[in-house]
Design a protein around this ligand. Structure first.
Ligand code: PNS
Length: 176
């Protein structure tokens, strides 16, 4: 039995993530999608919200587990002896350097932690969580970029976040 983990911020999950989840789930017996933290990023959604969105987006997919961890991916890998490999998606060469560095860091921290890369499907190469966030905050249509089942929730939540940001900026007489 081969088990892979697919780590990421998933802030929020997009059709790009779902593309990798669906394809990786056919390559392994089990795929654990793990919500992790990059302490250098600021997130719109809490870990519980990101997990919830992933759970809704993957409902009905049999060999998927959703998990979260507030530590190093290499340590998560160490703790879960059932995990064999890390899966990451690559959208473009611009992803490569960062992903290559992370793959080597993870392997350096835990020599058992091998990473395999899956190229994003052509129709999702331009989709990213940060692009989705910008489109949603300005009221754009997200329906082509995120799974239908979580589309509304993401739009409402991000619009509210942006409205609050604008309200605070006016209050403090600051630019956004
Ligand atoms: O979707 P992202 O933001 O590119 O995912 C990056 C993430 C969260 C997977 C990465 O930052 C991560 O693994 N965070 C946990 C801490 C860690 O192990 N960092 C890698 C060593 S530098």
């Amino acid at each position: 039995m081969k088990t892979a983990i697919y780590p990421g911020s998933f802030d929020p999950a997009t059709n790009g993530h779902l593309d990798i989840i669906k394809r990786a789930s056919t390559m392994f017996d089990k795929l654990i999608v793990v919500v992790l933290i990059n302490p250098l990023k600021s997130y719109s959604f809490t870990i519980a919200e990101r997990r919830g969105l992933l759970e809704k987006a993957t409902a009905g997919m049999k060999n998927i587990e959703i998990d979260s961890y507030d530590g190093l991916l290499a340590d998560y890998f160490t703790q879960r002896s059932d995990v064999d490999v890390i899966v990451k998606g690559l959208r473009a060469t611009s992803d490569f350097e960062y992903e290559f560095q992370m793959a080597h860091t993870n392997k350096d921290l835990n020599p058992r932690a091998e990473t395999v890369f899956i190229p994003a499907s052509a129709n999702t190469t331009f989709i990213s969580s940060s692009m989705v966030k910008q489109v949603a905050m300005f009221g754009g249509d997200l329906s082509k970029y995120v799974p239908a089942v979580i589309h509304k929730e993401i739009s409402v939540r991000l619009k509210a976040e942006f409205e609050e940001k604008k309200r605070l900026a006016v209050l403090n007489q600051q630019d956004l």
